[in-house]
Design a protein around this ligand. Structure first.
Ligand code: GLN
Length: 310
């Protein structure tokens, strides 16, 4: 079978959706409200190290919840998948990403590392001798995946620190149920910092390509995640990558993906490619509207669906 014409496929999707104005740019973090709803970039990174891109592919945006995937992967590298299952969980909440009700309903039992409560508790599980080392481990790990030197967007970080009372409350609630594994305030701050890291879709696609390529970056050749753990990372993405939109996504598109309220989204087709899309307007669940439409089209055009096999 000849390789799909990725360049043409993403060009077509870009044409088709660039004038779709559905959704709303996130504004509960004030700094995010300053991004134009027009931004729209697409990139594909293949397992053989090729990049295809179109639109605003070099525009930087904050990772937000996309960062949760890589901290979770680091926790797996450090502790193995059983500890991640026991301490962070692998079940859908069926509720919004920052739901306090979800924590209460389970009495703080670990839900999954991709909702806010679980993601902050993931940070607290990262082994490090102090706060600086914990942050550096997370950032350096993300840099290796992106094959770039990523930086924190300071205005976004400040804006988010000033307005993250809800996350602080979630973290305290988790702590009260013994589902936090280190200093709570420190974990909330580092979580907020990782959410504020800027990247573009090309870098995000490269990060996704590590998962498509059995844990090894096709761009710098580094084995960043034990090959054995890749299915568990992808399973967590399938369960909760799009929060309460995850089930419908898996049913209609069938490839594991992760979104962030900054408007970024990445999806992984094991053995083939990763696709990243940036477009700030979000649906009710907090997932980029254009990104979901784009990835759905590209998945269909390339006959990608993990339940179909190769
Ligand atoms: N930093 C954001 C928050 O904690 C991330 C949420 C998201 O992208 N879904 O609310």
């Amino acid at each position: 079978q000849p390789a799909p014409d990725y360049a043409q496929i993403i060009e077509q999707a870009h044409q088709k959706y660039k004038n779709n104005n559905d959704g709303k740019v996130a504004d509960y973090i004030p700094a995010l409200a300053t991004y134009s709803p027009k931004f729209y970039g697409i990139a594909i990174a293949t397992v053989d190290g090729k990049i295809y891109k179109v639109g605003d592919s070099s525009k930087a945006f904050p990772m937000e919840s996309l960062s949760k995937v890589f901290t979770m992967a680091l926790a797996m590298e450090q502790h193995g998948t059983q500890v991640v299952l026991d301490k962070l969980g692998a079940n859908a909440t069926g509720l919004p990403f920052n739901s306090g009700l979800a924590v209460e309903l389970t009495q703080g039992a670990p839900e999954n590392p991709l909702v806010n409560a679980g993601a902050m508790s993931t940070v607290s599980l990262i082994e490090a001798k102090d706060k600086t080392e914990r942050w550096n481990k997370i950032l350096n790990y993300m840099n290796d995946w992106a094959d770039a030197k990523l930086v924190v967007n300071q205005p976004v970080f400040k804006s988010e620190m000033d307005t993250n009372q809800h996350n602080q409350a979630l973290a305290k609630l988790m702590e009260s149920y013994n589902s936090f594994y280190g200093n709570t305030d420190e974990a909330v701050e580092i979580y907020t910092r990782q959410c504020s890291v800027d990247l573009n879709v090309e870098q995000l696609a490269k990060m996704g390509a590590v998962l498509a390529n059995k844990g090894k970056s096709p761009f710098n050749g580094k084995q960043l995640l034990n090959e054995k753990y890749v299915p568990q990372v992808l399973a967590e993405m399938a369960i909760a990558g799009l929060y309460d939109g995850s089930g419908k996504w898996l049913y209609t598109v069938g490839i594991p993906a992760k979104s962030g309220v900054g408007g970024g989204m990445v999806a992984v087709v094991p053995g083939e490619y990763a696709i990243a899309v940036y477009s700030p307007p979000l649906d009710q669940a907090g997932n980029s509207v254009r990104a979901q439409k784009t990835i759905e089209d590209v998945a269909h055009a390339t006959q990608a669906n993990v339940f179909l096999g190769q």
